[in-house]
Design a protein around this ligand. Sequence first.
Ligand code: KIV
Ligand code: ZN
Length: 512
Amino acid sequence: MTNTSQRVLIFDTTLRDGEQSPGATMSLPEKLEIALLLDEMNVDVIEAGFPIASEGDFESVSEIAKNTKNAIICGLARANINDIDRCWSAVKNAKASRIHTFIGTSPIHRKYQVRLNKKEVLEKIQMTVMHARDLCGDVQWSPMDATRTEGDFLCSVVETAIKSGATTINIPDTVGYTAPGESAKIIRMLKNRVPNIDQIVIATHCHNDLGMATANALAAVEAGARQIECTINGLGERAGNTALEEVVMAMKVRNDIYPFHSEINTKKLMSASRLVATVSGFPVQFNKAIVGKNAFAHESGIHQDGMLKHSGSFEIMSPEDIGLTDSNLVMGKHSGRAALRKKLEDLGYTIGDNKLKDLFVRFKELADRKKEIFDDDLIALISDSASNEAHDFIKLEKLEVVCGTESPQKAKLVLQIDNNVFQTTSKGDGPVDAVFKAVKELFPNDSRLQLYQVHAVTEGTDAQATVSVRLEENGKIATGQSSDTDTVVASAKAYINALNKLLLRREKKALG
Ligand code: KIV
Ligand code: ZN
């Protein structure tokens, strides 16, 4: 870090904008787990959700507010009193709270979304920001679609928001339309023309529709923004948001040209990426910058030779910086509990005694079936949200399948449903189809399969398969995931896991 390096705040919106990705809906315990990790890795502001959106959103934001220790907890609210009041009720118990309110300001948003003229928009900003500020000392305001808003009007809305009490002004590139030069120009224009802009923090919020989100965010910072809004793995609406891991590492690795820094503990980046991928069911592309599986892999002979001679020849940052352990120490059936704990700690997981006990049993079971257990196997084991939990309504007891060239394929399935055991045999077009039909026969439901995805955790024919299943029922979406050396068993467990999650949502709806 250079001596003159300036601090940039990291505002993570994985749980709000990220969760808005179609299919990325997360449950309360999942959101809380992510929030605690973000808190632990020193994220400055966690945008925990949109409290007015649903009872579930409100509850999640409140729980996150009560349980986090360091970060400012922020909730989103549209430009109206009800939204803002609800948002405040959800965030007010945090150690530090923020209300984030917004309104569309571009011509197209004013005409079709907001249906207000410029004067009315200005009045609404004044009224809502003042109301938010009466409730909370920390108010963030965003002109939605800022990058397509007329320059003069953008200056006027920002000036009004500051006069009304906003403490952070966020400039969203809502549709991912801007480019780095323009992103910087907008920030410079605001800094030059808006009175008292030096009294507030300017934030940048970029979507990635043209693949320029990271570059646009960094350009805004060069021009004077001091808060970057981003998400883990770049999760977010459409093509996603600026990826947290990318901006943080860009400022760290190229501090010579970006003399800025964040307080993020970069060693947690890999665990955060894995957790968000598991929970959202959105796998990270192999060649994704920083956290992709291949980001530190060197395949070609020239590169491998260079790496052996000096790792700096082809590596601009070290894998340890982002929490990847150097050694892929192989574990096996003779490895003990202490070795497992140590290995998990090296991988960035802090595991309590009870969880370790359970993981150790599952580790031994896996070691009986698979000679060598690699890091990725352990991560899959830890991420296996589908291992039967005591409170699960539906549990897998036993599965046998008949598959091969002779069709139809068959599945004989035994499930425990609400502590009663049921059994059936179903036929299908392939073993997975037969299993899913058997589950539906034993537990009839209206859910629709939105995604079925399999990937091998490691190399070799004895590799575990990680299966993700996304189900939709009456607009509610749940993603289940499971890993097993038997792909069909992993598929059954992932499907049952998604069903259990849907059931929880049904229950919540009934209560609400
Ligand atoms: O992209 C956007 O404009 C947003 C706002 C709510 C800040 O997410
Ligand atoms: Zn957004």
